[in-house]
Design a protein around this ligand. Structure first.
Ligand SMILES: [Zn+2]
Length: 221
């Protein structure tokens, strides 16, 4: 029995995706603690019109490392775990309690998604919806245009780069959602992406209440 138990434990153990230590959870204890230190006390500090943002944490340190691993090191399970954390915080501190919402991830362009193998925002949204019970519409938005990487561009260049980046997805074109949309992304920075996505949905008469992100680089507005 004891041998069986320790064998089972061994099988359930995996490596922490951030430091390779053995762990039976998503991250090892050490990295969990480091990640939790990036958790915002007030996730709604950017929940203001015209583009309200809800964020789990402040970008940097181990959270930056986790997001990089999730995007560039083929570690999609990180997205799921962070989405669940975002969902737990939403349940506790949502500025829109008890409201029926449809969650729509910010899409990647097809070629980028093919290269990466997954869209991290969609996986975050999956974890988020599993935890909150909110409805998920994976293809509420599509991204037909291949845009230049936002990194290194100025705020106005980012906005220009993203004009017409999105179109409303087929599902929504066929049947518009009967609840407002909550957009979901991994990081919120200048807001250019969110602005473009919100604009696209609103053009089609679809209400958007805001965007939820795992991390933001914005401390104050
Ligand atoms: Zn670790």
């Amino acid at each position: 029995m004891t041998i069986f138990k320790s064998l089972l434990n061994l099988l359930l153990q995996s490596n922490c995706p951030l430091c390779q230590r053995n762990t039976s959870s998503n991250f090892c204890q050490y990295c969990t603690k480091q990640l939790q230190s990036r958790h915002l006390k007030d996730s709604s500090h950017l929940w203001q019109q015209p583009s309200p943002v809800f964020s789990w944490g402040i970008y940097g340190g181990t959270l930056k490392r986790a997001i990089a691993a999730m995007k560039y090191e083929n570690q999609p399970q990180i997205a799921h775990a962070l989405g669940q954390w975002l969902g737990e915080t939403w349940l506790l501190k949502s500025p829109q309690k008890d409201k029926q919402l449809v969650v729509v991830p910010i899409p990647l362009h097809k070629s980028k998604q093919k290269q990466r193998g997954y869209n991290q925002a969609a996986l975050i949204a999956e974890g988020f919806c599993q935890t909150t019970g909110l409805k998920l519409q994976r293809h509420g938005l599509e991204r037909p245009k291949e845009t230049q990487a936002q990194f290194g561009l100025s705020a106005s260049e980012r906005e220009k780069n993203l004009v017409d980046a999105f179109v409303v997805g087929q599902e929504f074109r066929r049947r518009p959602p009967n609840a407002p949309v909550l957009l979901m992304d991994d990081i919120y920075t200048t807001g250019a992406t969110a602005k473009s996505a919100v604009y696209t949905l609103r053009q089609c008469g679809i209400a958007v209440i805001g965007l939820a992100a795992v991390a933001t680089t914005v401390k104050d507005r």
